[in-house]
Design a protein around this ligand. Structure first.
Ligand SMILES: Cc1cc2nc3c(=O)[nH]c(=O)nc-3n(C[C@H](O)[C@H](O)[C@H](O)COP(=O)(O)OP(=O)(O)OC[C@H]3O[C@@H](n4cnc5c(N)ncnc54)[C@H](O)[C@@H]3O)c2cc1C
Length: 481
C-alpha cells in the first residue's frame, strides 16, 4: 500500500465545499490534501472546454448575500468577473411565459378560460388560509399558486426534474427553489411599483443581475484551487476513500483507491463533501443501508452543442414546462459571457434529468441529439443539421432528492458521522442540502476555520448554517439557475 504520509486535514471531494476548506486552511499554512474522484476538481461548478466552446454543468451564476465571501471572490478574480443580466422564460402550452411567473403575463398569454380558472383556484386557496404547515411539495405549491397553476406547470415540471411524485417531496426545498414564493406578493409588489410609477421590474424575490467569471463558472474554482495550491494544499484526482481507520472515537488514517493503487494517508481530521450515503457506508454501513431510500440523488445529463449560428434563444435560459418532454431547461452559454463560444458563433446546452440506467442514460451522444432534435422542434428552437460540436456531460448526483422523510434521515446520518470527533460531512452532497455554490464555499470556510481554532463545528450545525443562509438569500436573490 502506498504511504501518502500525514496531512493535517484530508478533504474528500474537490467541489466548491472541499475547495472552500482547502482555501481557508492553506491561507493559514495548514497541510491539506484534497481527494477527488474525477479527473479534475470543481464538482458541479466545473466548466468543460472544447476548443473555443465552453459549457458549465447547467449554466451557473454566482449570487450571494455573503459580503465577506463576495469580497474574497472579487479580489480573487478582479476584472475576470463579469456582471450579467438574467432573463428566463417557461415554455408551456406551445407559448412562452416570463419566469418568474408574473400575473399580468399569465393573464395575457393563458387561454382566457384557463386564466379565469387559474385565478379562481388561486383565490379559493387564499380564502382557505390553512394554518397547518404543508406536508409535501404538492401542498406547499397548491396553497401558494392554486391547483390549476400547480397542475399546469409546477406539478409536471417538478416531477420531471426530481423523478418523484410531488406529494412524496418535502416542502423544505421548495422555498429555496421556486422563484416566486407567493403570487399575492408579486401582485402587491407590482401594484406598489405601479402606484409609485416605478419601472415595473420583476419583484424583489428575483435577482436579475449576477456575477459570472468570463471563462465560465469553473474559472472561479480553478482560481480557488490555485490559491490553495500556492498555500501548500495538495490535490489528488481520480481517487476515492475505501475505508476509515479508527482509534477510539477518532479517524487516524484513511485508505484510498488511487490511480497508482491502494494508498493510506494519516490524518489530523477529515472534512468530507462526498455524497452523504457514500460516507455513511464507511462510517456505519448498516445505517447507510437503512437510510438509502431516503437519501438518493437525481442524475442529470447535459447535452452540449457547439453551433455555427450566432444566436439561438431570446433569453438566457428556458424552462421546459411540458411534462411529456424530457428536456428540463435550455441554456445559451454566451448570454452569460461572450467568451463561452467562438466569436460570431453560439451554443446550446440541454439539461435532461433522468434515472440511472434509463433510456436517456443509455443513449449515445449522437442518439441523444437525434432524440432532442424532436423536442427542440416542438419548442420552436431552430437547430442546424450538423452541429460542429456534440458532447454530453453527466452529473450522477445533480439533485439531492428531498423526500418527506429526508430531513429526519439526514439528521440521523449526520449525527452518526459526528460520533467521530474529527470527521465532518457538509456541502451539497455531504450535507444533503439543496444549496448554491456560495453556501458550499461558506460551509467549507467555516469547517476550515473550526479546525484551525481546534473546534470543528458538528456536521448538523454546518448544515443549519447553510440552510439559514439560503433561506435569507431566497428573499433577495432566489432560485437555482
Ligand atoms: C443544474 C444545476 C445548476 C446549478 N446552478 C447554480 C447556480 O447558478 N449558482 C450556484 O451558486 N450554484 C448552482 N448550482 C449548485 C452548485 O453546483 C452546488 O451548490 C455546488 O457545486 C456544491 O458544491 P459541493 O462541493 O458541495 O458539491 P459538488 O460540486 O457536487 O462537489 C462534490 C465533489 O465530490 C466529488 N466526489 C463525489 N464522490 C466522491 C468520492 N467517493 N470520492 C472523492 N470525491 C468524490 C465529486 O466528483 C465532486 O467533485 C447548480 C447545480 C446544478 C445541478
Amino acid at each position: 500500500m502506498i504511504d501518502l504520509g500525514h496531512h493535517d486535514v484530508l478533504i474528500l471531494g474537490g467541489g466548491p465545499a472541499g475547495l472552500g476548506a482547502a482555501w481557508e486552511l492553506a491561507e493559514a499554512g495548514a497541510r491539506a490534501l484534497v481527494v477527488e474522484r474525477e479527473e479534475d476538481t470543481g464538482g458541479l461548478c466545473r466548466t468543460h472546454a472544447r476548443g473555443d466552446y465552453r459549457f458549465d454543468m447547467g449554466g451557473h451564476r454566482f449570487i450571494t448575500a455573503d459580503r465577506e465571501l463576495l469580497d474574497r471572490v472579487v479580489a480573487l478574480l478582479g476584472d475576470e468577473l463579469l456582471l450579467s443580466e438574467r432573463t428566463s422564460e417557461v415554455a408551456l402550452l406551445g407559448r412562452r411565459f416570463k419566469y418568474p411567473l408574473e400575473p399580468g403575463d399569465l393573464a395575457r398569454k393563458l387561454p382566457p378560460r384557463l386564466a379565469a380558472r387559474a385565478l379562481a383556484s388561486y383565490l379559493r386557496q387564499r380564502l382557505r388560509r390553512d394554518p397547518s404547515p404543508p406536508r409535501s411539495f404538492e401542498e406547499w405549491a397548491t396553497r401558494r399558486f392554486g391547483r390549476v397553476l400547480y397542475e399546469l406547470f409546477l406539478g409536471p415540471y417538478t416531477e420531471k426534474v426530481w423523478g418523484v411524485a410531488p406529494r412524496e417531496l418535502s416542502p423544505e426545498w421548495a422555498s429555496q427553489r421556486i422563484s416566486v414564493t407567493d403570487l399575492g406578493e408579486v401582485a402587491r409588489t407590482l401594484l406598489r411599483r405601479a402606484l409609485r410609477r416605478e419601472d415595473p421590474a420583476p419583484p424583489r424575490t428575483y435577482a436579475r443581475s449576477f456575477l459570472y467569471p468570463r471563462l465560465g463558472m469553473g474559472q472561479l474554482f480553478e482560481a480557488i484551487r490555485e490559491r490553495a495550491l500556492e498555500g501548500g494544499a495538495e490535490v489528488l484526482c481520480g481517487a476515492t476513500p475505501a475505508a476509515l481507520v479508527r482509534e477510539g472515537d477518532r479517524v487516524s488514517a484513511v485508505e484510498l483507491n488511487t490511480p497508482q493503487g491502494p494508498a493510506r494517508v494519516r490524518v489530523g481530521a477529515v472534512l468530507s463533501t462526498i455524497p452523504l450515503p457514500a460516507l455513511l457506508e464507511l462510517v456505519e454501513p448498516e445505517l447507510a443501508r437503512t437510510l438509502a431510500p431516503s437519501l438518493h440523488f437525481r442524475p442529470v445529463r447535459f447535452l452540449n452543442l457547439g453551433l455555427r449560428a450566432a444566436r439561438v434563444l431570446p433569453t438566457t435560459w428556458r424552462y421546459v414546462g411540458e411534462g411529456e418532454l424530457r428536456a428540463g431547461r435550455l441554456q445559451e452559454p454566451n448570454k452569460r459571457s461572450p467568451a463561452m463560444a467562438p466569436p460570431g458563433r453560439s451554443s446550446l446546452m440541454i439539461e435532461i434529468p433522468h434515472a440511472a440506467g434509463d433510456r436517456i442514460d443509455r443513449l449515445s451522444d449522437a442518439e441523444l441529439l437525434a432524440y432532442m432534435r424532436g423536442e427542440l422542434a416542438r419548442l420552436d428552437v431552430p437547430l442546424e443539421d450538423a452541429p460542429p460540436l456534440v458532447f454530453s456531460v453527466r452529473a450522477p448526483e445533480a439533485y439531492p432528492v428531498h423526500l418527506r422523510e429526508t430531513p429526519a434521515a439526514r439528521e440521523r446520518a449526520l449525527r452518526a458521522v459526528d460520533q467521530l470527533t474529527n470527521l465532518r460531512s457538509y456541502g451539497r452532497q455531504g450535507g444533503f442540502r439543496f444549496i448554491f455554490s456560495d453556501a458550499a464555499l461558506r460551509m467549507g470556510i467555516e469547517a476550515g476555520r473550526g479546525w484551525l481554532a481546534d473546534s470543528l463545528p458538528p456536521s448538523v450545525e454546518l448544515a443549519r448554517i447553510a440552510s439559514a443562509r439560503t433561506l435569507t438569500e431566497v428573499r433577495s436573490v432566489v432560485g437555482e439557475s
